[in-house]
Design a protein around this ligand. Structure first.
Ligand SMILES: [Mg+2]
Length: 269
Protein backbone atom coordinates (compact mmCIF):
# COMPACT_ATOMS: atom_id res chain seq x y z
CA UNK A 1 0.00 0.00 0.00
CA UNK A 2 1.23 3.50 -0.86
CA UNK A 3 2.47 5.42 2.22
CA UNK A 4 -0.04 8.27 1.78
CA UNK A 5 -2.93 5.78 1.59
CA UNK A 6 -1.68 3.95 4.66
CA UNK A 7 -1.45 7.27 6.47
CA UNK A 8 -5.05 8.06 5.49
CA UNK A 9 -6.21 4.67 6.66
CA UNK A 10 -4.51 5.19 10.00
CA UNK A 11 -6.36 8.53 10.42
CA UNK A 12 -9.78 6.85 10.18
CA UNK A 13 -11.81 7.23 13.38
CA UNK A 14 -15.12 5.97 11.96
CA UNK A 15 -15.71 3.26 9.35
CA UNK A 16 -18.99 3.28 7.45
CA UNK A 17 -19.63 -0.32 6.48
CA UNK A 18 -22.07 -1.48 3.86
CA UNK A 19 -23.83 -4.73 4.78
CA UNK A 20 -24.65 -7.25 2.03
CA UNK A 21 -21.60 -8.08 -0.05
CA UNK A 22 -19.32 -6.34 2.45
CA UNK A 23 -19.74 -7.85 5.94
CA UNK A 24 -22.07 -10.68 5.01
CA UNK A 25 -23.43 -12.52 2.00
CA UNK A 26 -27.05 -13.50 2.49
CA UNK A 27 -27.01 -14.81 6.04
CA UNK A 28 -23.32 -15.75 6.34
CA UNK A 29 -20.59 -13.40 7.59
CA UNK A 30 -17.77 -12.80 5.09
CA UNK A 31 -14.71 -14.62 6.46
CA UNK A 32 -12.66 -12.16 8.51
CA UNK A 33 -15.49 -9.62 8.93
CA UNK A 34 -16.21 -10.61 12.55
CA UNK A 35 -12.49 -10.27 13.33
CA UNK A 36 -12.42 -6.87 11.63
CA UNK A 37 -15.20 -5.53 13.87
CA UNK A 38 -13.50 -7.08 16.92
CA UNK A 39 -10.21 -5.41 15.94
CA UNK A 40 -11.86 -2.01 15.49
CA UNK A 41 -13.45 -2.30 18.92
CA UNK A 42 -10.13 -3.24 20.50
CA UNK A 43 -8.41 -0.30 18.76
CA UNK A 44 -11.14 2.13 19.86
CA UNK A 45 -12.09 2.92 16.26
CA UNK A 46 -15.75 3.60 15.53
CA UNK A 47 -17.90 1.78 13.02
CA UNK A 48 -21.42 2.09 11.69
CA UNK A 49 -23.35 -0.29 9.47
CA UNK A 50 -24.93 1.72 6.68
CA UNK A 51 -27.77 0.38 4.60
CA UNK A 52 -29.87 1.85 1.83
CA UNK A 53 -32.55 -0.76 2.50
CA UNK A 54 -35.55 1.20 3.78
CA UNK A 55 -37.87 -1.82 3.96
CA UNK A 56 -36.46 -2.93 7.33
CA UNK A 57 -35.88 -1.12 10.61
CA UNK A 58 -32.54 -0.71 12.37
CA UNK A 59 -33.81 -3.17 15.03
CA UNK A 60 -34.33 -5.83 12.34
CA UNK A 61 -30.74 -5.34 11.15
CA UNK A 62 -29.45 -5.52 14.72
CA UNK A 63 -31.24 -8.89 15.09
CA UNK A 64 -29.79 -10.16 11.79
CA UNK A 65 -26.23 -9.02 12.60
CA UNK A 66 -26.40 -10.36 16.16
CA UNK A 67 -27.55 -13.77 14.87
CA UNK A 68 -24.41 -13.85 12.69
CA UNK A 69 -22.16 -13.09 15.67
CA UNK A 70 -21.60 -9.35 15.20
CA UNK A 71 -21.75 -7.41 18.44
CA UNK A 72 -23.96 -4.49 17.55
CA UNK A 73 -26.50 -2.20 19.24
CA UNK A 74 -29.17 -0.11 17.51
CA UNK A 75 -26.89 2.95 17.58
CA UNK A 76 -24.53 1.17 15.16
CA UNK A 77 -27.03 0.80 12.32
CA UNK A 78 -27.99 3.64 9.98
CA UNK A 79 -30.77 3.02 7.44
CA UNK A 80 -31.86 5.31 4.63
CA UNK A 81 -35.30 5.32 6.28
CA UNK A 82 -33.86 6.85 9.47
CA UNK A 83 -31.99 9.50 7.52
CA UNK A 84 -35.14 10.30 5.51
CA UNK A 85 -37.05 10.80 8.78
CA UNK A 86 -34.29 13.00 10.20
CA UNK A 87 -34.09 15.07 7.02
CA UNK A 88 -37.85 15.62 6.67
CA UNK A 89 -38.30 16.42 10.39
CA UNK A 90 -35.58 19.04 9.98
CA UNK A 91 -37.22 20.45 6.86
CA UNK A 92 -40.74 20.61 8.25
CA UNK A 93 -41.48 19.30 11.76
CA UNK A 94 -44.72 17.30 11.85
CA UNK A 95 -44.93 17.20 8.04
CA UNK A 96 -47.79 15.22 6.48
CA UNK A 97 -46.50 12.36 4.35
CA UNK A 98 -47.89 9.90 1.86
CA UNK A 99 -45.57 6.90 1.92
CA UNK A 100 -45.03 4.30 -0.77
CA UNK A 101 -43.19 2.05 1.65
CA UNK A 102 -43.44 -0.79 4.14
CA UNK A 103 -45.15 -0.63 7.54
CA UNK A 104 -41.62 -0.62 8.97
CA UNK A 105 -40.66 2.53 7.02
CA UNK A 106 -43.90 4.24 8.05
CA UNK A 107 -43.14 3.46 11.70
CA UNK A 108 -39.62 4.87 11.29
CA UNK A 109 -40.96 8.12 9.83
CA UNK A 110 -43.66 8.36 12.51
CA UNK A 111 -40.91 7.98 15.13
CA UNK A 112 -39.55 11.32 13.86
CA UNK A 113 -42.94 12.89 14.69
CA UNK A 114 -43.93 13.02 11.03
CA UNK A 115 -47.60 12.39 10.18
CA UNK A 116 -47.96 9.40 7.88
CA UNK A 117 -51.42 9.40 6.29
CA UNK A 118 -53.30 6.79 4.31
CA UNK A 119 -55.96 9.26 3.26
CA UNK A 120 -54.20 11.95 1.22
CA UNK A 121 -57.31 14.11 0.77
CA UNK A 122 -56.34 17.76 1.08
CA UNK A 123 -52.80 17.06 -0.10
CA UNK A 124 -49.56 16.23 1.71
CA UNK A 125 -46.25 17.98 2.39
CA UNK A 126 -44.17 15.19 0.84
CA UNK A 127 -44.59 11.96 -1.08
CA UNK A 128 -41.97 9.49 0.17
CA UNK A 129 -41.01 6.43 -1.86
CA UNK A 130 -39.05 3.59 -0.30
CA UNK A 131 -38.13 -0.03 -0.97
CA UNK A 132 -41.76 -1.09 -0.78
CA UNK A 133 -42.07 -4.85 -0.53
CA UNK A 134 -45.75 -4.28 0.27
CA UNK A 135 -46.39 -2.23 -2.89
CA UNK A 136 -49.93 -2.14 -4.31
CA UNK A 137 -51.34 -0.52 -7.43
CA UNK A 138 -53.60 1.64 -5.22
CA UNK A 139 -50.53 3.16 -3.52
CA UNK A 140 -49.07 4.00 -6.93
CA UNK A 141 -52.33 5.64 -8.03
CA UNK A 142 -52.43 7.92 -4.97
CA UNK A 143 -48.72 8.79 -5.22
CA UNK A 144 -48.93 9.63 -8.93
CA UNK A 145 -51.93 11.89 -8.35
CA UNK A 146 -50.17 13.73 -5.50
CA UNK A 147 -46.94 14.07 -7.48
CA UNK A 148 -48.75 15.26 -10.59
CA UNK A 149 -50.39 17.84 -8.31
CA UNK A 150 -46.98 19.15 -7.27
CA UNK A 151 -46.21 17.45 -3.92
CA UNK A 152 -42.43 17.34 -3.24
CA UNK A 153 -41.00 13.90 -4.09
CA UNK A 154 -38.49 12.27 -1.73
CA UNK A 155 -37.06 8.77 -2.18
CA UNK A 156 -35.10 6.80 0.39
CA UNK A 157 -32.56 5.21 -1.97
CA UNK A 158 -31.68 4.98 -5.66
CA UNK A 159 -30.82 1.24 -5.78
CA UNK A 160 -32.53 -0.38 -8.74
CA UNK A 161 -32.32 -3.88 -7.30
CA UNK A 162 -31.62 -5.57 -3.98
CA UNK A 163 -29.54 -8.77 -3.80
CA UNK A 164 -31.32 -11.76 -2.24
CA UNK A 165 -28.54 -14.35 -2.58
CA UNK A 166 -27.28 -16.77 -5.23
CA UNK A 167 -27.13 -14.05 -7.93
CA UNK A 168 -30.81 -13.24 -7.50
CA UNK A 169 -32.09 -9.67 -7.35
CA UNK A 170 -35.48 -8.11 -6.61
CA UNK A 171 -36.78 -4.62 -7.58
CA UNK A 172 -35.74 -1.92 -5.10
CA UNK A 173 -36.76 1.70 -4.50
CA UNK A 174 -34.92 3.02 -7.58
CA UNK A 175 -37.06 0.83 -9.85
CA UNK A 176 -40.28 1.89 -8.14
CA UNK A 177 -39.17 5.50 -8.64
CA UNK A 178 -38.61 4.91 -12.37
CA UNK A 179 -42.27 3.92 -12.59
CA UNK A 180 -43.43 6.96 -10.58
CA UNK A 181 -41.14 9.27 -12.58
CA UNK A 182 -42.59 8.07 -15.86
CA UNK A 183 -46.19 8.19 -14.68
CA UNK A 184 -46.05 11.56 -12.88
CA UNK A 185 -43.25 13.27 -14.88
CA UNK A 186 -41.49 14.09 -11.61
CA UNK A 187 -37.98 13.28 -10.38
CA UNK A 188 -37.35 12.42 -6.72
CA UNK A 189 -34.71 13.77 -4.40
CA UNK A 190 -32.84 10.72 -3.12
CA UNK A 191 -31.63 10.46 0.48
CA UNK A 192 -29.56 7.23 0.72
CA UNK A 193 -26.09 6.42 -0.61
CA UNK A 194 -24.49 7.92 -2.75
CA UNK A 195 -26.19 11.13 -1.65
CA UNK A 196 -24.44 13.01 1.08
CA UNK A 197 -27.45 13.27 3.42
CA UNK A 198 -26.34 9.93 4.93
CA UNK A 199 -22.99 11.50 5.83
CA UNK A 200 -24.64 14.76 7.00
CA UNK A 201 -26.72 12.68 9.42
CA UNK A 202 -23.68 10.79 10.71
CA UNK A 203 -21.70 14.01 11.13
CA UNK A 204 -24.58 15.61 13.06
CA UNK A 205 -24.65 12.62 15.43
CA UNK A 206 -20.99 11.70 15.74
CA UNK A 207 -19.12 14.95 15.13
CA UNK A 208 -16.50 13.34 12.90
CA UNK A 209 -14.79 15.16 10.02
CA UNK A 210 -14.85 13.68 6.49
CA UNK A 211 -11.07 13.22 6.75
CA UNK A 212 -11.61 10.84 9.71
CA UNK A 213 -14.17 8.64 7.95
CA UNK A 214 -13.91 5.86 5.38
CA UNK A 215 -16.69 4.02 3.60
CA UNK A 216 -16.30 0.31 2.77
CA UNK A 217 -18.67 -1.26 0.25
CA UNK A 218 -19.14 -3.50 -2.76
CA UNK A 219 -21.43 -1.35 -4.90
CA UNK A 220 -19.73 1.29 -7.04
CA UNK A 221 -22.70 3.55 -7.80
CA UNK A 222 -23.78 3.80 -4.15
CA UNK A 223 -20.97 2.97 -1.67
CA UNK A 224 -17.98 4.19 -3.62
CA UNK A 225 -19.88 7.13 -5.13
CA UNK A 226 -20.79 8.18 -1.56
CA UNK A 227 -17.08 8.37 -0.75
CA UNK A 228 -16.47 10.51 -3.85
CA UNK A 229 -19.48 12.79 -3.21
CA UNK A 230 -18.78 13.31 0.50
CA UNK A 231 -14.97 13.55 0.07
CA UNK A 232 -14.33 10.61 2.35
CA UNK A 233 -11.96 7.70 1.76
CA UNK A 234 -13.61 4.84 -0.13
CA UNK A 235 -12.63 1.20 -0.04
CA UNK A 236 -14.14 -1.21 -2.56
CA UNK A 237 -14.42 -4.87 -1.59
CA UNK A 238 -14.66 -7.49 -4.34
CA UNK A 239 -16.72 -9.83 -2.13
CA UNK A 240 -20.06 -8.60 -3.47
CA UNK A 241 -21.38 -7.36 -6.79
CA UNK A 242 -18.25 -5.70 -8.23
CA UNK A 243 -15.24 -7.31 -9.83
CA UNK A 244 -11.98 -5.75 -11.04
CA UNK A 245 -13.34 -4.99 -14.50
CA UNK A 246 -16.39 -3.20 -13.04
CA UNK A 247 -14.03 -1.08 -10.91
CA UNK A 248 -11.92 -0.26 -13.98
CA UNK A 249 -14.99 0.86 -15.94
CA UNK A 250 -16.62 2.81 -13.09
CA UNK A 251 -16.63 6.62 -13.07
CA UNK A 252 -16.38 6.34 -9.27
CA UNK A 253 -12.85 5.40 -8.36
CA UNK A 254 -12.24 3.89 -4.92
CA UNK A 255 -9.11 4.93 -3.02
CA UNK A 256 -8.42 1.29 -2.28
CA UNK A 257 -9.59 -2.03 -3.76
CA UNK A 258 -9.38 -5.21 -1.66
CA UNK A 259 -10.74 -8.73 -2.02
CA UNK A 260 -12.58 -8.69 1.33
CA UNK A 261 -12.57 -6.67 4.58
CA UNK A 262 -10.31 -9.38 6.00
CA UNK A 263 -7.41 -7.67 4.22
CA UNK A 264 -7.76 -4.71 6.58
CA UNK A 265 -7.22 -6.83 9.68
CA UNK A 266 -3.42 -6.57 9.47
CA UNK A 267 -3.66 -2.78 9.89
CA UNK A 268 -5.89 -2.89 12.99
CA UNK A 269 -4.47 -5.42 15.39
MG1 LIG B 1 -23.61 -4.11 -0.71
Amino acid sequence: MKPDLLERLRCVKLFLLDLDGTVYLGSKPIPGALDFIGNLKRCGIGYLFLTNNSSKSAAEYVAKLTAMGFSVGPDRVVTSGQVTGWYLAGKKPGAKLYVVGTASLKAELAAHDLRVVNDAAGGVDFVVAGFDRELTYDKLLVAVELLAGGAPFIATNPDLVCPVGENRYIPDCGSICVLLENAARRTPMFIGKPHTKMVDYIRALHHVSPRSMAVIGDRLYTDIALGCNASIMSICVLSGESDKSAVAKSPYKPDLVIETVAELNRFFK
